[in-house]
Design a protein around this ligand. Structure first.
Ligand code: UDP
Length: 237
């Protein structure tokens, strides 16, 4: 499928361009922290509960909190209705997201506790694990849970032989490779890296750099959304 024409992608983006990203902070009253992210045609909600006593008890860690990220795709979020409930894919994404977020949250401050982060995909258009992680980080910051930094995330990939940033659905489906990545921006430490497809070593190096650059751009958008929410609270007081 022809995904690149005259140096432009199907939606008119250049190779290193992100889709439009809009982040709203603190959108849910009953969660301790929350964020809603629109990223291209993706729509994702993240909600944080805790730190609270961990149940069941046998999952408690007396040295630190356990962060559980629960990624869920709504049945109406995709073209072919998705069967409700967990499947292999959502269990995998929940696991890698929990691990990525555990690198930044100061878990040792809350022994025996659980921090639950719910990521609900309301509309999916590729890259939802990156969108979910981005929303989850902002929701954790909104909850006021101590963190060393946020996690910023973005995928790159290979489409019609070109390395591009932030694949949308058509590029994900008909492209050659997808490389989702998440990073702790201040340390430039990678906390998630997956690859679906094939790349040469040189292509990988380029795609890796492109995904890091994209994640750094996402980080700026996350910070701006948080700053805006803090300023709004001050004005309202
Ligand atoms: N998708 C779908 N049905 C599913 C799972 C995924 O239609 O059951 C679509 C959805 O648009 C998703 C895309 O396929 O965003 C790419 O899925 P992938 O597993 O690569 O994860 P993602 O890129 O969303 O992190």
């Amino acid at each position: 499928m022809e995904l690149i024409k005259d140096g432009k992608r199907l939606d008119g983006r250049g190779f290193n361009e992100l889709r439009d990203i809009k982040i709203e902070v603190g959108v849910l009253n009953r969660a301790i922290g929350s964020a809603y992210v629109e990223w291209g045609r993706n729509k994702v909600m993240a909600a944080v509960y805790g730190p609270r006593e961990m149940h069941p008890k046998f999952l408690r860690d007396p040295t630190k909190a356990v962060l559980r990220c629960i990624y869920n795709m709504a049945p109406f979020s995709v073209e072919d209705r998705k069967r409700p409930g967990p499947d292999r894919r959502s269990v995998e994404i929940s696991k890698i997201s929990s691990e990525a977020l555990s690198h930044v949250v100061m878990l040792e401050r809350y022994p025996n506790s659980a921090i639950d982060v719910y990521v609900e995909i309301l509309q999916a258009d590729a890259g939802t694990r990156c969108v979910g992680l981005t929303a989850a980080s902002v929701a954790l910051a909104d909850a006021g849970i101590p963190m060393k930094d946020m996690v910023a995330s973005c995928a790159s990939g290979k489409v019609n032989g070109e390395i591009v940033l932030d694949l949308m659905k058509e590029e994900d489906n008909y492209g050659d490779c997808d490389l989702p990545l998440a990073v702790i921006p201040r340390r430039k430490e990678v906390v998630l890296l997956q690859m679906d497809g094939k790349l040469t070593q040189d292509e990988f190096k380029k795609a890796y750099e492109v995904a890091i650059d994209g994640s750094m751009q996402v980080y700026e958008i996350q910070k701006n959304a948080l700053l805006k929410s803090v300023n709004e609270v001050k004005i309202g007081e």
